[in-house]
Design a protein around this ligand. Sequence first.
Ligand code: AMP
Length: 229
Amino acid sequence: MVGPRALLLRAVIMGPPGSGKGTVSARIVKHFALKHLSSGDLLRDNMNKRTEVGILVKSYIDQGRLIPDGVMTQLMLSELKNADQYHVLLDGFPRTVPQAEALDKVCPIDTVIDLDVPFETIRERLTARWIHPASGRVYNLDFNPPKVPGTDDITGEPLVQRDDDKPETVMKRLKSYEAETKPVLEYYRRKGVLESFSGTETNKIWPRVHSFLQTKLPEVNQKEAATHT
Ligand code: AMP
């Protein structure tokens, strides 16, 4: 229990796929006591458990398309009902203006952390990842390349790209982000709750996000905080 509801932080983290949002969110959760609600994790969990929602959303996710607003909003708002005693960090939701409007009616947002990473940096990052499907070994052409291009170091078998990481899917996801989500940033900018953090390296963006959140929330573990990891 943290206190009266009015004092609870209702934050959203935003940033295109590949912007380092996963890393920054994990660090936020490590440093601050808040409940992290990721729409992508929630959807993947539903898919793994083959729930009704999971079956419905699979084809959208495989094609890099957004889930219809009604389905998404219902799913997230029902999660939020269970979180009225905690500070909350929403991740991946809202992604469209109708989602943001529906959320505002039930749970007004007071802080939006926007990771503003250039398009080209993201394209390079996302298309650099290759995997060995049998073992799950992951290579990155920039900082962890295979010894022989295109093959797994241990078995010599061919590497593949996840459907999500193929250039055409990456472009589709980035375009969808541009089209659907930029207006959400505008929506929050107008409400005066948007905090943008620009840069090309997560390790340089994170300390600024961290300092900003320290002005809003008590830190969980001061020793870890000193390392800024
Ligand atoms: P993520 O892990 O956040 O990139 O989400 C993976 C996929 O889930 C996205 O590419 C979308 O297909 C879907 N998704 C996640 N959040 C939302 C949302 N708020 N609205 C619509 N679709 C979503």
